[in-house]
Design a binder for this molecule. Structure first.
Ligand code: F3S
Length: 754
């Protein structure tokens, strides 16, 4: 048994009391999402929180990490002094496998190329009580759904499609590595109380329509930003008619509308999936608290009163959608596709059709798609485009092989790819004659931004259900509508494809030989974490030095950044991704995208010791070697973008002592505080103009660093004059302790007597 039954028992035993307490505080009926949120507050709820405004400390039940983001998260966790993680956690090796030749060869190549990363992740998981899913075991969200997700639970995951677990009624939110470290270390996890969007589903799907079409339609309605700061809660008879895996597909792609997460309310379909995946005990427990795993009846009766926004979709009338190209919210019903292809000049010929991924590789998806593929043989058809199949897990792959579906796909030329992200995340060595030729691919994945799948700006990527993608593979044309169009077969006859048919769950059950799971040692104390000192991709972290109790004197201005400075400007992605586990190497990208106010150039700043201009990281390394601290100055909303912790760790590692800006993006400001950095804002924004290129800056008043009290900066200019300016901060008492200790993790270290 991989899931933690005791944890689930505890959550369910406390649920009735916690929900009733929150209901009394709110003095009104509650939605399902609110029941989960209020029952997962770090300290028992004693007041209500305003949606879209108040920040709340939560205590998630689980953490899941994928291999690309887990590296820095676990390197940080390694410094916090705990013997084991505070909550059940898992690592999933799925992002680093490149699709090139087919499942077996690609998996072997990845194990070879990424050996040191996998060795590190497996050894550190073993040490700290973290479950480890080997390369080839499957994609994080599918594996979580099959093994760990449970109705009414809350989890965070270091991947944006973590909300997939909402298909089993869980609040599951995608976060950065720093958040995962907090939760694994036993700290509260902060989130602004989300708004609520209700989606009422009526009717029942039929024919070619699939669960995917619900979210493709919702994306068209809400657009890529419409879910920002909100949880999307699906309910109604139509919701209850969808399989649990269909629900998961919808929740997965909620990421494409910017939603915090999406979820469905507990029902019999979820119970059936739990039982089919070896978790009858969880289903039984959930059945006993069912009323707490659904909205209160008054919410059903008057949903417009309890959701901030309400959408209604009638599944009887829903037709298949095809979304794209270049954005997942450009939704076209299949009946209008031919017209849209002609009007927009999209390439009609489909070159590659790809099914599977974490979004759409359930048994239902595969069996329905195979029912289409199987018709090619009986109707004298052949696939016109390349066709690939990516199972979401070894459990799915083994079962669909055993039940003959892989053979069916193989008969139309389908190529089986590894149980991994592959083409969904651009890990795809695509074979194409001319990379500049405008071309079309269709996938059952979730994202389709330019270059996402194959790195080519010329590729038009469309997203549809796996059934439609399979039909497209056979027809080879984007303008094809399988609901009404005929295809000419090999002997010149006109034939039509029959509607897909399949099974929600395998009639003969799921089976697997080796799911690819490694349980951690019961006592990991003696386990050595495998990192070679000469590695270019991994580096163990040393705890940052605590504050010495003195004011910060004689700091050099490193850069005065002008205009937008996002986490991408501070710590670029692209070719730097491979150094995500090596703080010193990745620090060579620090602020290389920021524009220097004094010369309007990127990555060219004045070294005050030599008077010469050079790259930002190299200049900072000179200051560090000389034992001189520095200051970075920035404009408005400094650090917007992602929650990437590297953007805060790199300046800390290279010896920057303070970041002074007009305003911060909130998550980056918190990340800086966590890393023990001073994050300050100009009390008077015009003081930004007083910063000169040769300034030496003193930050004084730190002996009286308390919440709400300003500190002072003295700007010593090269002409001998000086300006004294006031700086604001938002540190609370706890965060000031982080600063004093050198980082939030150092403080935890102290608590554990390390
Ligand atoms: Fe992987 Fe794509 Fe899912 S990158 S986690 S298969 S969204």
């Amino acid at each position: 048994m991989l899931f933690d039954l005791d944890l689930i028992k505890k959550v369910y035993s406390e649920l009735p009391f916690k929900v009733q307490t929150a209901r009394n505080l709110l003095n009104r009926p509650m939605t399902f999402a609110e029941k989960i949120l209020y029952s997962h507050i770090f300290k028992p709820a004693t007041k209500t929180y305003e949606k879209g405004k108040d920040y709340v400390d939560f205590a998630p039940d689980r953490v899941a990490m994928q291999d690309a983001t887990a590296q820095m998260a676990l390197l940080q966790f390694d410094t916090c002094g705990r013997d084991t993680v505070a909550v059940p956690s898992t690592v999933h090796c799925d992002h680093l496998i490149q699709a090139k030749l087919g499942a077996d060869q690609d998996l072997s190549a990845a194990i070879d190329t990424n050996k040191e990363v996998y060795d590190f992740l497996s050894s550190i998981s073993n040490k700290y009580g973290i479950g480890f899913w080997k390369p080839g075991a499957g994609i994080i969200h599918q594996v979580v759904l099959e093994n760990y997700a449970f109705p009414g639970g809350m989890m965070i995951g270091t991947d944006s499609h973590t909300p997939n677990a909402g298909g089993l009624g869980m609040i599951a939110i995608g976060v950065g590595g720093a958040d995962a470290v907090d939760v694994m270390a036993g700290l509260p996890w902060e989130l602004k109380m989300p708004k609520l969007i209700g989606v009422k589903l009526t009717g029942k799907m039929n024919g070619w329509t699939a669960a995917k079409d619900v979210i493709l339609k919702v994306a068209g309605i809400l657009t890529v930003k419409g879910g920002t700061g909100a949880i999307v809660e699906y309910f109604g008879e139509g919701a209850d008619s969808l399989s649990a895996t269909g629900k998961a597909t919808i929740c997965n792609m909620g990421a494409e509308i910017g939603a915090t997460c999406s979820l469905f309310t507990y029902d019999d379909k979820m119970g059936a999936y739990l039982k089919a995946t070896g978790r009858a005990a969880v289903a039984d427990l959930a059945d006993h608290v069912k009323e707490y795993l659904r909205p209160d009846p008054e919410v059903y009766a008057n949903p417009e009163k309890y959701y901030d926004q309400l959408i209604e979709i009638n599944l009887n009338e829903l037709e298949p959608y095809v979304n794209g190209p270049f954005t997942p919210d450009l939704a076209t019903p299949i009946s209008r596709m031919a017209e849209a292809v002609a009007a927009n000049g999209w390439p009609d010929k489909i070159e590659v059709a790809l099914i599977g991924s974490c979004t759409n590789s359930s048994y239902e998806d595969i069996s329905r798609s195979a029912s289409i593929a199987g018709q090619a043989k009986t109707k004298g058809l052949k696939a016109q485009s390349e066709f690939t199949v990516t199972p979401g897990s070894e459990l799915v792959r083994y079962t669909i092989e055993k039940d003959g579906y892989l053979e069916t796909f193989g008969e139309i030329g389908g190529v089986l790819l590894a149980n991994a992200c592959g083409p969904c995340i651009g890990q795809w060595a695509r074979h194409i004659d001319d990379p500049n030729r405008k071309n079309t691919i269709v996938t059952s994945f979730n994202r389709n931004f330019a270059k996402r799948n194959d790195g080519l700006a010329s590729t038009h990527a469309f997203v549809a259900s796996p059934e439609i993608v399979t039909a497209y593979a056979i027809a080879g044309r984007l303008s094809f509508n399988p609901l009404k169009d005929k295809i000419i077969n090999e002997i010149g006859q006109e034939v039509m494809l029959d509607e897909p048919k399949g099974y929600e769950l395998p009639p003969k059950g799921f089976s697997v030989e080796d799911p690819g799971y490694l349980a951690p040692s019961a006592n990991g104390k003696e386990v050595e974490v495998a990192v070679s000192p000469s590695s270019q991709r991994l580096q163990l972290l040393s705890p940052f030095t605590p504050w010495d109790g003195k004011d910060l004197m004689g700091l050099k201005l490193l850069i005065k950044a002008k205009g937008k400075c996002t986490t991408d400007h501070i710590s670029m992605a692209g070719p730097w991704l491979k150094y995500r586990g090596h703080l010193d190497n990745i620090s060579n990208n620090m602020l290389i995208g920021a524009v220097n106010y004094f010369n309007n150039q990127t990555d060219t700043v004045k070294n005050q010791l030599t008077g010469e201009y050079g790259p930002v990281p190299a200049t900072q390394r000179v200051y560090k070697a000389a034992g001189i601290g520095s200051v970075v100055v920035g404009d408005e909303n400094y650090g917007e973008g992602s929650s990437r912790e590297h953007a805060a760790m790199e300046p800390r590692h290279l010896g920057v002592r303070a970041i002074i800006v007009k305003s911060f993006a909130r998550i980056h400001e918190t990340n800086l505080k966590k890393q023990g950095m001073l994050a300050l804002t100009f009390a008077n924004k015009d003081d930004y103009e007083k910063i000169q290129e040769d300034d030496t800056i003193d930050i004084i008043g730190l002996s009286d660093f308390v919440p709400g009290k300003q500190v002072t900066a003295v700007l010593n200019h090269s002409d001998g004059k000086a300006d004294k300016i006031k700086l604001n901060h938002t540190y609370n008492e706890q965060q000031i302790e982080w600063f004093k200790a050198g980082s939030a993790l150092n403080l935890i270290r102290k608590q554990f007597g390390k």
